[in-house]
Write a new protein. Structure first.
Length: 94
């Protein structure tokens, strides 16, 4: 009885990483939504602290906005760097 070699069920590393990067890029808007909703949970300040809370809230919102831009730019650049495997029909046969 000879055993035939089983084919691997796993994807190649480059295509697997490419898919995970695409998944991460799809989650960036969800992360942004969650981070932008956090100021809604901040406690209500008294009248004397209201201006400080507003300025801190604006800085937070624009900081999250900048973080999302940088994260998206980094992910898109990283997705371009990973080489794609050629489709099976374009590979040279020995």
């Amino acid at each position: 009885m000879s055993r035939t070699p089983k084919t691997s069920v796993f994807l190649q590393r480059a295509s697997y990483r490419q898919r995970r990067l695409r998944d991460a890029a799809r989650l960036v808007p969800c992360l942004g939504l969650i981070l932008w909703m956090l100021p809604l949970a901040w406690p209500v300040a008294s009248a004397s602290q209201e201006d400080a809370v507003r300025s801190a809230g604006l800085m937070y919102i624009f900081g999250v906005w900048l973080l999302l831009i940088l994260l998206s730019a980094g992910l898109s650049r990283w997705m371009r760097v990973i080489p794609h495997d050629p489709p099976p029909e374009t590979r040279k046969q020995p």
